[in-house]
Design a protein around this ligand. Structure first.
Ligand SMILES: Nc1ncnc2c1ncn2[C@@H]1O[C@H](COP(=O)(O)OP(=O)(O)OP(=O)(O)O)[C@@H](O)[C@H]1O
Ligand SMILES: [Mg+2]
Length: 467
């Protein structure tokens, strides 16, 4: 496989002959940021999604509403538009059609093969744990309930059963006893997007917090392709979706070399006020409120970079050369032992900007979306800087099936120093749908987290669901 996007020196004018064009498959809030960044460069921006007026379509030149799992529909749009880059934003895409389009010469970001492997938990686990050799919790695959029972016994209870193909936590369940295994198998099978019968079971990692490492494959100013590793993004979630993220994950005092603020970890006090669903957590971090040593923090960082780098190289590398471009959200679990020694475990990776990485809009010189656009167009990136500590907190809908919600209490939320708010413009709601994000910057991570939380909770309480 050869790299399909050459090092670029020029761009065209949108809507006219010679335009440079990107096609976004999926037009949610991540796509909206990608579209905005493409528009800033005068790149013609076309979006595709399963419904009308999704967030990214509202800032794009054109939009198509199709079922992206339908290969024929997908190919018809791509062959008509002939984009310079096809940028997947979601997993529910017909990846065989993407492989075919790549064969025809279209550039699928980061590469078609990587989009196919990363949506398949079994293929991805094999690639990461067995080929790249990165640490994961123990795992087994099973293709019927009996096999799964034996696999769960071997892994040990509690463990997590997941569908081979799914996202957003769909079809995953924690299993505590043997008599729950059949139900977990059925749930995974019913919710799976394909490969009906096969599931994966994983040992539970009682992590202290989670990290997303936004590894970036890109050209440098000399036209060489390499991988860069922005500072890890810390995040926490209690249910199936992420709730809060921050960057850097630990703030190191440059003068003393020590970490500045205490860790607010999984199940800790701050996490419990950020997310009311924390009541049912299976464990709580024993390191909540502790100040991580600078050495521990550095070790975590190094392990994050090493794991993300190894997996990305397997996904888009060929004989040492890197043959793909774009950002990857590598999800990692961090567990610190009693002596303060950290161990980072690989969870999964997605070849696109990551929900938790939206905090980079406030913290980095180039956001994850800006980096992605520059990288996939073949434009150089000379370096990535974190300019300030910051945090992001989701704004969720509490109601189902309401159209055109209104957003109130903005004056109070925006009155908090360092806060800004993203409202995605989603036309309708369902329970827990992400409608926006509160971002906060501060010279301290905890202060940023508290401000983002306050703003998000204010706005959540002020949503008008009338219709
Ligand atoms: N082995 C595990 N041990 C502990 N927690 C886990 C494990 N696997 C998953 N989780 C928890 O569940 C979350 C979602 O898991 P995973 O990333 O596999 O699901 P997903 O369906 O891909 O969700 P998403 O699309 O939101 O990332 C993780 O971020 C983590 O909080
Ligand atoms: Mg995940």
């Amino acid at each position: 496989m050869a790299l399909l996007m050459p090092f670029r020196d020029s761009l065209g004018t949108p809507l006219y002959e010679g335009s440079t064009k990107v096609l976004l498959l999926g037009a949610g809030e991540l796509g909206k940021e990608i579209a905005i960044e493409a528009q800033r460069l005068g790149v013609e921006t076309v979006t595709v999604d399963r419904y009308d007026n999704p967030p990214a379509a509202q800032v794009a030149h054109r939009h198509y509403t199709i079922d992206m799992r339908d290969g024929a529909a997908l190919k018809a749009v791509v062959r008509r538009e002939r984009p310079d880059a096809i940028i997947p934003e979601v997993e529910a895409i017909n990846t065989d059609a993407l492989l075919e389009l790549e064969e025809e010469g279209f550039f699928v970001v980061p590469r078609a093969r990587a989009t196919k492997i990363t949506m398949d938990r079994i293929a991805l686990r094999r690639l990461a744990a067995e080929e790249a050799g990165v640490p994961t919790t123990p795992y087994k695959f099973a293709s019927d309930p009996e096999e799964l029972e034996a696999a769960c016994e071997e892994i040990g209870f509690p463990c997590i059963v997941k569908a081979r193909m799914s996202s957003g936590g769909l079809g995953s369940s924690v299993v505590f006893r043997r008599d729950q295994v059949r139900d977990a198998y059925e749930t995974a099978r019913r919710k799976a997007r394909g490969y009906g019968g096969e599931v994966i079971v994983e040992g539970l990692c009682r992590f202290d917090f989670e990290i997303t490492e936004l590894a970036l494959a890109h050209y440098d100013p000399n036209g060489e392709v390499g991988i860069s590793f922005p500072k890890p993004v810390g995040h926490l979630r209690s249910g199936s979706h992420y709730h809060v993220s921050w960057q850097p994950f630990v703030l190191i005092d440059e003068e003393t070399g020590a970490s500045k603020s205490p860790l607010q970890a999984f199940g800790g006090q701050l996490h419990m006020s950020e997310d009311v669903t924390t009541r049912d957590l299976l464990w709580r971090s024993e390191h909540d409120g502790e100040v991580l040593s600078a050495e521990t923090a550095r070790e975590v960082e190094e392990q994050c970079y090493e794991i993300a780098g190894k997996v990305v190289r397997k996904l888009i590398g060929e004989g040492g050369a890197i043959e793909g471009l774009g950002i990857f959200g590598c999800e990692l679990f961090v567990k610190v032992d009693e002596g303060g020694k950290p161990k980072v475990y690989f969870n999964e990776i997605s070849p696109r900007p990551h929900d938790t990485g939206m905090v980079t809009i406030a913290t980095q010189d180039l956001s994850e979306a800006a980096l992605h656009v520059r990288a996939v167009l073949g434009l150089p990136i000379a370096g990535i800087k974190v300019l300030t500590p910051g945090a992001a907190h989701v704004i969720l809908s509490s109601e189902d099936s309401k159209w055109a919600p209104g957003y109130g209490r903005l004056s109070r939320a925006l009155g908090i120093p360092g806060v800004r708010v993203l409202l995605f413009g989603k036309p309708s709601t369902y329970k827990e749908r992400r409608l926006g994000l509160a971002l906060a910057i501060s010279d301290d991570i905890l202060d940023a987290r508290r401000k983002a939380m306050e703003a998000a909770h204010l706005i959540e309480g002020g949503i008008r669901y009338g219709r």
